[in-house]
Design a protein around this ligand. Sequence first.
Ligand code: NAP
Length: 281
Amino acid sequence: MTTILDGKKLRDKILENLKLKLEKYKKKPNLTVILIGNDEASRIYVKNKQITAEKIGINSTVIRYPETITENELTEEIHTLNMDENVHAILVQLPLPKHISKEKIIGMISPQKDVDGFTPYNFGKLFSGEKPFVYPCTPKGILLLLDEYNIKLDGKHAVIVGRSNIVGKPLMQMLLNRNATVTICHSHTKKLSEITKTADILISAAGENIIKEKMIKPGCVVVDVGIFKDSTGRTRGDVDFENVSKIASYISPVPGGVGPMTIASLMLNTVELFEKKNHSD
Ligand code: NAP
């Protein structure tokens, strides 16, 4: 029998606790999101973040710019937000238009307000084994989900499919911090299924439906980060849920698994940055 890693249920619990906590504070945290262009998916993500934030007592500001904004204009905006005492958390919604350097813009955000944990400062802290101001949202959400179900990481072989800066790489380090043995795979990995078959915990963040039953060791914990629309418009994950769930011990669904946990982590991070700022004042 497989157990579903229910991200929605845990998200609701986390948000309820945050709401109760924030009711006790005189001041509200502010999360400011910069949204550039008209990308439909980005617009929906930002709207969901805003609705969730407002529900639990976080002030959420969305600053919209057209695709034509220059790198300099965006840099100036971030500088202004960095200096603004009333802004506690800054998120630049990705992807950015091609003429703007993602690295330059992310690198401009003050590490104390870097709610995604993506700045070189926070990334460097994470990889040097020190504490960043906050941990990146999706990996943080995955670990919270595994912890909720008392899934032990120490000494386990965790295999990650995907090496992006937002999921695979920080997750690798966070799993190492928890004493897992980590293998990270990507599109050049040879004999992927031979590696995935050795996983006690398999986390897939490829954005393609590639994880099949024959690639899984019976009893494996399977976390599906991928989310995309297939050719019929249906929302899919990386994992063949129907068949893999027959042999996995735990499995996260798509939707309803990692996605809600990413939002919950964003809210947790906003509140953490707010509290750190207030302690340091
Ligand atoms: P990304 O930057 O495109 O990275 C995808 C990674 O998967 C790359 O490292 C790529 O390898 C690897 N990959 C792709 N196809 C593969 C294959 N057939 N075999 C082995 N490795 C393969 O994507 P991302 O931003 O990390 O996101 C990945 C997926 O997770 C997407 O579906 C995204 O929507 C989803 N996501 C969900 C959440 C959430 O909250 N649920 C959050 C973030 C991302 P190379 O490096 O060699 O190209």
